[in-house]
Design a protein around this ligand. Structure first.
Ligand SMILES: [Zn+2]
Length: 195
């Protein structure tokens, strides 16, 4: 039926939602009371209208620059590079007090994620312009993670900046945002120099 199919179509565009799940969600919406649906619509609009990306670190934020980039208490000589905001939150939890740069994903040609659509150029400009003592890559040890770190290290090979990466404690294929704080903390303490 028209409107239900249309709603299913929207759900099907979402990550990990197939045709069957999309239909189930559409029927679920239909079964909800009006005030629930109104709240849901308001929430969608609120996210789109008020949540944005920080122009400096590319994290999600309600204000631009974000609270971390504006915080005068942060160590501006330290930069932590992460794939997405969830990894940033995992690093923040272990008490890291430097700045961040969120790439917006990892290089993955099979998924059409090329360096150009990530915030890699911007990272290179930032590192060349600002004098960081250390640029630390908190990137998952996966094929995509390795490819991304290698690409960036190559891009910055003429830069004198010290670059390190998570080493100890995180098994290959692991997810930073699923790891417990102690593991992430150890991985941070045991980071190794890549350039
Ligand atoms: Zn920021």
């Amino acid at each position: 039926m028209g409107p239900l199919d249309e709603l299913s179509g929207y759900f099907q565009k979402m990550p990990s939602i197939g045709a069957r799940s999309a239909k189930r969600l559409a029927f679920f919406i239909l079964s909800q009371p009006q005030n629930w649906v109104d709240g849901f619509m308001h929430s969608l609009q609120d996210v789109k209208k008020n949540v944005r990306y920080c122009s400096q670190c590319h994290n999600i934020t309600l204000t631009d620059p974000c609270a971390i980039c504006r915080d005068p208490g942060r160590d501006r000589t330290l930069l932590c590079v992460v794939a997405d905001p969830r990894d940033q939150q995992a690093i923040e939890k272990i008490g890291y007090r430097g700045l961040y740069h969120i790439l917006g994903g990892l290089i993955s040609p099979l998924d059409s994620i090329t360096p150009e659509i990530l915030k890699i150029d911007d990272l290179a400009q930032k590192i060349k312009k600002q004098k960081f003592q250390e640029v630390f890559f908190a990137i998952n040890p996966t094929v995509e993670g390795e490819a991304t770190i290698l690409y960036i290290a190559d891009l910055l090979q003429d830069c004198a900046v010290k670059m390190t990466r998570i080493a100890y404690g995180l098994p290959t294929g692991a997810n930073i945002d699923y790891a417990d704080e102690l593991t992430v903390s150890r991985a941070y303490e045991g980071r190794v120099v890549i350039n």
